[in-house]
Design a protein around this ligand. Structure first.
Ligand code: FA5
Length: 349
């Protein structure tokens, strides 16, 4: 009986078959039967029979345990093989994104200020007309309201606009702080401009504001020069010219030399003809931003005494700055969000 059981254990190909063999040969097999029969034996034979049956049972137990261990090892090995992960197989890689050059440029511009002790401030994109215009000395009938074509938020007479410039950040800052003030704000601004090579309806500005005792135009020129050097390198050609903004007096505008025609105003087209440069419109210069001494009326509206303090401010378009720095001839490339455009810049903008 023991040999038959051993043969059945050996024949079992997996743990289920081994279980069946155990039921047949151990639990209900001849040895178990022999054990039950011991009770009926005469007392003199019981001890001897008990020993033999016990030895047979122990033998069966050992054989079963050995085969169980073998089959379990086989099973574990099979599972390991079936569940193997091939780490050398090529995977479906997800394409990496890239940080947008506008974001990198903004950071670089902010760094240029923070490095000289200025502070970064923010303002909302949905702004009150009062902050965006009135407080900046642009009254309801002021022609400058038409200079910046405005998106109105419903209802149209609710006095809420999408800010057309970052200059309302100046107002918010002067209303909540006392001089000396040295702050720089950046963000999205909105105008109903058509999308073309140098315009987009949603663009970014950076705005700097300083209010302190004794600030003059010389400080403003110095700040702009520092900014332009950091941003564009020492060799960049810029010019300032007198301009007009209601919130600065006097006002200036900074232009940079057109990178497409190198200031010539004319380029050669695909057919070899000389035509007006499409990037700058033929003037040879591209407007970068406006600046000036903070208008006394604006200081007063913000509760700052213009007889004690003076201030200067400048604001410029970041897309334009990016165009200049990298010779991007068409602003549409900047705003379309194609990752291949961003990838060209890496992390160094
Ligand atoms: C202003 O917005 C003033 N707030 C700037 C200022 C600040 C003056 C502080 C004085 C003191 P302006 O409307 O010129 O000015 O616009 C500033 C710059 O934004 C422009 O020089 C140009 O670089 C950029 N810009 C204007 N319109 C667009 C547009 N549609 N797309 C991209 N950039 C634009």
């Amino acid at each position: 009986a023991v040999d038959a059981a051993r043969a059945a254990f050996a024949a079992a190909r997996d743990l289920d078959e081994l279980k069946a063999a155990r039921l047949a040969h151990v639990d209900r097999g001849a040895v178990a039967g022999a054990r039950r029969e011991i009770a009926a034996l005469p007392p003199s034979a019981k001890a001897e029979a008990g020993k033999r049956v016990g030895a047979a049972q122990a033998e069966l137990g050992r054989a079963l345990a050995a085969r169980t261990a073998e089959l379990e090892a086989e099973r574990d090995e099979r599972i390991l093989l079936e569940e193997t992960v091939d780490v050398t197989r090529p995977t479906g890689r997800r394409p990496l994104g890239a940080r947008h050059p506008l974001e990198l440029t903004t950071q670089r511009l902010q760094d240029a200020f923070v490095g000289t002790g200025w502070e970064v401030v923010e303002g909302p994109e949905v702004e009150s007309e009062w902050m965006n215009f009135d407080a900046l000395n642009i009254g309801p009938d002021h022609p400058a309201r038409q200079m910046q074509d405005t998106f109105f938020v419903d209802p149209p007479d609710g006095g809420i606009v999408l800010r057309t410039q970052t200059s309302p950040i100046q107002i918010r800052t002067m209303l909540t702080r006392t001089p000396p003030i040295y702050v720089v704000g950046t963000g999205k601004v909105f105008r109903t401009d058509e999308l073309d090579a140098t315009h987009t309806p949603v663009f970014h500005q950076i705005e700097a504001l300083a209010v302190d005792k004794g600030l003059t135009m010389a400080h403003l020129r110095g700040a702009i020069d520092h900014f332009v050097r950091v941003m564009f390198g020492a060799g960049t050609r810029t010019r300032v010219r007198a301009s007009y903004f209601p919130f600065t007096e006097p006002s200036m505008e900074t232009d940079f030399q057109c990178f497409a025609c190198h200031g010539e105003g004319r380029v050669t087209d695909a057919k070899g003809a000389t035509v007006a440069c499409p990037t700058c419109g033929g003037s040879g210069w591209i407007e970068l931003g406006g600046s000036g001494m903070v208008n006394r009326k604006v200081l007063r509206a913000c509760g700052i005494d213009p007889d004690v303090y003076t201030g200067f401010a400048f604001g410029l378009g970041i897309e334009r700055a990016l165009q200049l720095r990298h010779g991007v001839t068409d602003m549409r490339d900047i705003v379309e969000g194609d990752v291949r455009f961003s990838q060209q810049f890496g992390l160094e903008v």
